[in-house]
Unconditional design. Structure first.
Length: 497
């Protein structure tokens, strides 16, 4: 029997719906994560620039991005709460047996979540209500809170990949837990920094993509140029850094999780001079069909030499490794992630070359077409990275300590499929509402901009449709009042080109 069919036949009936539900909710939630983790930092970069230069347009953009940040955070509360319940409801074996070892990561994430909620509220409330510099300084901890939440989640996930900080008693239960070792596992550092930079890169390209699309539609004023330049520059600078970090984490997987590495690269037998396959399909007998075969490259990438010995899938029993189908999925996801990353690197170099030579933004319509697509492509790369991490670890939920089938709930599969359908309906409604809110805000902001433009840039925004909301920038004040000194402080208004 085909190994995949055999695995499905041997698995509990509730395993497929439980995994499908978890995969759907994680894949949906991760769409919001880049904005949640990275948008606060990008917003504060623009906010600081606006204060330093007295740039009204920069402050207007920062204020609007802060609203998007708050709406996104509210949606993330819903999807994150569902995930929290699912860990306990779908995988009681995992939480019941191992919760004392790695559960601190979820605790850290919860504290970070509450801290971030408070800081976002202060940041939104502070527009117009606090002195400019005070408002900015109070917002500085916001990116740190977002990164702290990522710290907690990545600590838990890296522990599942390389479990440490405990010993097993005679009954096979973890005892003598050492929290620091459980948090700072061998995979934590590479996985955390790879994730954080990926979020910054993705958020930068997503936000810049909105303004690139506006540029293509003829909106080429300072507002759109600045809205594009700041997030795209952040993403472009970090793209080559991400390439180095990606190589580092792949090498760490090669040493710490050799079977996962074999799945990612579709290596069947342990050997040297192992070829690299771009895409292709692994069959249960170890044969690879399709794809592009590059001789010896996998050994070179793994150890900088064609003589590097790469562990194959057959180095462990069949029930302790991914199936051929799972290996193919992990391999395709890995190749898609690397391929998109390579294209983003080319785009970043294109941007850097023009900026260094001409000290201005690119003028090519093709550049902005690529930039508009880059946001969606980077989200696909993040999803592919998650698939690589989770599918490549199969059949383990705790690497080499607990299989996924041992952790799954005993709830019947009909009930789980019903739950799955309900979650899909809820998520479609939630994300649909998110999109509607964003579109309504965009329309309202465009109308306010048109009114401001007609008034010659001197119109007080207290007189617009945005006047009732708790954000600024503050209305213009007479010249001679220093920026950031008092509640009425505001940068001078400027006409847009």
């Amino acid at each position: 029997m085909h190994s995949t069919l055999q695995a499905l036949a041997d698995a509990p009936a509730q395993l497929l719906p439980a995994r499908s539900l978890m995969a759907f909710t994680l894949a949906s939630h991760i769409i919001l994560v880049p904005l949640g983790v990275a948008l606060p930092l990008i917003t504060l970069v623009l906010h600081g620039y606006g204060l330093r230069r007295g740039d009204r347009t920069a402050l207007l953009l920062a204020r609007r991005w802060s609203v998007v940040m708050a709406v996104q955070f509210a949606i993330g509360v819903v999807t994150g709460t569902v995930l929290s319940f699912e860990f306990g409801l779908l995988w009681p074996g995992l939480m019941g047996r191992w919760g004392d070892v790695f559960g601190i990561g979820f605790g850290v994430e919860a504290w970070a979540f509450f801290l971030e909620a408070v800081l976002i509220a202060i940041y939104l409330y502070g527009w117009r209500r606090l002195p400019a510099r005070t408002h900015f300084l109070l917002a500085l901890p916001l990116p740190a809170a977002a990164l702290l939440g990522a710290f907690g989640i990545l600590a838990a996930n890296s522990w599942m990949n390389t479990p440490r900080g405990f010993r097993l008693d005679s009954a096979g239960d973890p005892v003598d837990v050492k929290i620091w070792k459980a948090v700072f596992t061998p995979m934590f550092g590479p996985q955390y920094w790879h994730f954080v930079v990926a979020m910054l890169v993705t958020a930068g390209y997503v936000v810049a993509g909105v303004y690139a699309a506006g540029w293509l539609r003829g909106r080429r004023d300072r507002y759109h140029r600045l809205g594009f330049a700041v997030p795209f520059t952040v993403a472009a600078v970090l793209t080559p850094v991400q390439f180095v970090l990606g190589d580092s984490i792949a090498r760490k997987i090669f040493h710490e999780q050799p079977v996962k590495f074999a799945a990612m690269e579709m290596v069947w037998k342990t050997d040297t001079h192992v070829p690299e396959y771009l895409f292709g399909r692994l069959h249960p007998d170890g044969a690879v069909s399709g794809g592009i075969r590059i001789p010896q490259l996998d050994s070179v990438l793994a150890g900088f030499s064609p003589d590097t010995r790469v562990t194959g899938l057959t180095s462990v029993p069949e029930d302790a490794r991914p199936t051929a189908t799972q290996a193919t999925i992990a391999h395709w996801a890995f190749d898609i992630m690397v391929g998109i990353g390579s294209l983003l690197l080319v785009l970043a170099l294109w941007y850097a070359l023009i900026w260094l030579r001409r000290h201005r933004l690119p003028a090519s319509a093709w550049f902005y077409r690529c930039a508009a697509v880059a946001g969606v492509a980077s989200v696909v790369a993040v999803e592919s990275g998650w698939i690589t991490t989770e599918v490549g670890r199969q059949p383990w939920i705790v690497y080499e300590n607990m299989r996924v089938a041992e952790a799954v709930t005993s709830t019947g599969s009909p009930g789980l499929w019903t739950m799955f359908a309900l979650v899909v309906v809820v998520y479609v409604s939630v994300f649909g509402s998110f999109l509607v809110v964003l579109l309504k805000m965009r329309t309202r902001w465009r109308l306010a901009d048109e009114e401001d433009r007609r008034s010659g840039g001197t119109h007080s925004r207290r007189d617009t449709s945005e006047s009732g909301l708790p954000y600024g920038p503050r209305p213009a004040v007479p010249s001679g009042v220093p920026l950031g000194t008092g509640d009425a402080a505001s940068p001078p208004a400027e006409d847009r080109p």
